[in-house]
Design a protein around this ligand. Structure first.
Ligand code: SF4
Length: 457
């Protein structure tokens, strides 16, 4: 089991990396703030987006069937997969039937969730991730560390080293334009020689039976139009009822993700290419279980913008690879813990409950409340460590005894200033290396509150 605190400790051990990772993501968060403030009706858009999603989830069966009917009429073949295994089998059988030995894939977190790449590679099919960030991590044999910026944990020099080793670029040349051109040249050859292209789906429109994919690099368009076989993998929650609803989400998505007004490409697919085939695989993989959960169903609203990661103080300082679920950050913590609480039980605690994720989420998912509720569920399921349960029991016991609580508070306010400084500031106490103990107040909050906070304010 991957433990978030243990993996985070490895990430923060490199102080310099931790700081630039934090800064890089805060820069994106700042851009998102500026973009959202440029639209006066931003909050209204968030409300509408959330309502559309909740409405769609309440009639999901109806909209999925409408989508299937309309897509089928346009010559698209729709497949249903109850879980990751079935999804992978369907994709593999389509590739086998068409004698495909190389697949170009544009970013799809669903295929990461289903572990499609290793599944196909074990069966002799070469899979090329074509989003630049995804390609970089694929060449390094790593997982994406962010859903929108998969290689955000890497420095330019590391990308340069990887490209030198894998693509034969000049050693030490870390010029971004040079490296991007090298990646483009190599990917161009892959697009031309691939037998099939697989894309994710950002939105599937029930009314039209078409799907929409948003990218900044145009790689989905290359992968879906050059090969004759296009497979689109989507979770059941990607459905929106009508075309007129799309604009609400496209206005929110790119602004929330990177601060751009819109993604460079918003591609609509409504039919196979000439003389080709288009297949859509609709995947459940435990999503219907969310629908039945009053505490967590809203997690299905997610449009995968990544804003909750960019703002999260824990994610920014611990990196995406410290999370045990395939999607990191606040949304990954709630999705992962719901799907497999045993494997992901440390994730709801990778959270300060500051609520910043909830504030930025364009579809108004109550992320901090969900993470708080997961903690209680984990306790009820007996999945918390003894350390945590015993210390919480002691704290609860003390807090239920106000006289004792007040006495302990009073004693600590007097004793702490007299303790030797070495107890806090020593090489074994990481907390004390970057922080000062606050000055002990004369009175407790309770005393101040009783006095109407007069003296201290
Ligand atoms: S939970 Fe909200 S903020 Fe986070 S990725 Fe999903 S839509 Fe974006």
């Amino acid at each position: 089991m991957i433990s978030h605190p243990q993996e985070a400790a490895k990430f923060v051990a490199n102080d310099e990396r931790m700081h630039w990772h934090d800064k890089a993501l805060w820069f994106v968060r700042d851009k998102r703030d500026a973009a959202s403030k440029s639209i006066p009706e931003w909050e209204e858009l968030r409300d509408i987006a959330s309502e559309i999603k909740i409405h769609t989830l309440s009639k999901l069966d109806v909209y999925l069937e409408e989508f299937e009917k309309n897509a089928t009429e346009k010559g698209i073949v729709v497949h249903w997969a109850k879980d990751a295994e079935e999804h992978n089998q369907i994709v593999y059988s389509l590739l086998e039937k068409n004698n495909v030995r190389k697949l170009v894939k544009s970013k799809s977190m669903l295929t990461e969730e289903c572990h499609l790449n290793p599944y196909l590679e074990e069966r002799g099919i070469e899979v090329i991730d074509t989003d630049l960030g995804e390609r970089i991590v694929q060449l390094r044999n790593e997982a994406p560390s962010h859903i929108v910026l998969p290689a955000i944990h890497l420095k330019r020099s590391e990308v340069s080293d990887t490209f030198h080793k894998e693509l034969g670029t000049e050693k030490g040349n870390d010029d971004p334009t040079y490296l991007t051109r090298a990646a483009r040249k190599s990917l161009r050859e892959d697009f031309l020689s691939a037998g099939a292209g697989l894309t994710g789906v950002n939105f599937a429109i029930a009314q039209t039976g078409g799907v929409v994919v948003c990218t900044n690099e145009g790689n989905a368009d290359m992968g879906s139009s050059l090969p004759k076989l296009h497979i689109a993998s989507m979770g059941i929650e990607k459905i929106i009822p009508k075309l007129e609803h799309l604009g609400v989400f496209t206005r929110l998505l790119a602004r929330s993700a990177t601060g751009q007004p819109i993604t460079s490409y918003t591609s609509h697919y409504h039919a196979p290419v000439v003389d080709g085939e288009m297949h859509i695989v609709i995947v459940d993989n435990k999503r219907t279980q969310f629908l039945g959960s009053k505490d967590y169903y809203k997690a299905l609203n997610c449009i995968r913008c990544g804003a909750c990661m960019n703002t999260c103080p824990v994610y920014r300082r611990s990196g995406g690879h410290s999370y045990s679920y395939v999607i990191p950050g606040p949304i990954g913590s709630t999705l992962g813990n719901f799907k497999d609480p045993k494997a992901n039980k440390t994730l709801p605690f990778a959270c300060t409950l500051c609520g910043s994720c909830t504030n930025v989420c364009p579809v108004k998912i109550d992320l901090d409340t969900q993470l708080y509720t997961h903690r209680q569920d984990l306790n009820a399921q007996g999945l918390l460590s003894k350390q945590k349960t015993i210390s919480m029991k002691i704290a609860a016991w003390v807090m239920q005894r106000p006289v004792l609580f007040d006495l302990l508070g009073k004693t600590m306010r007097k004793v702490v200033p007299l303790l030797p400084k070495s107890l806090v500031y020593n090489k074994y106490n990481i907390w004390g290396q970057t922080r000062d103990l606050p000055k002990m107040p004369k009175n407790s909050f309770k005393e101040l509150y009783k006095k109407g906070l007069k003296d201290e304010l």
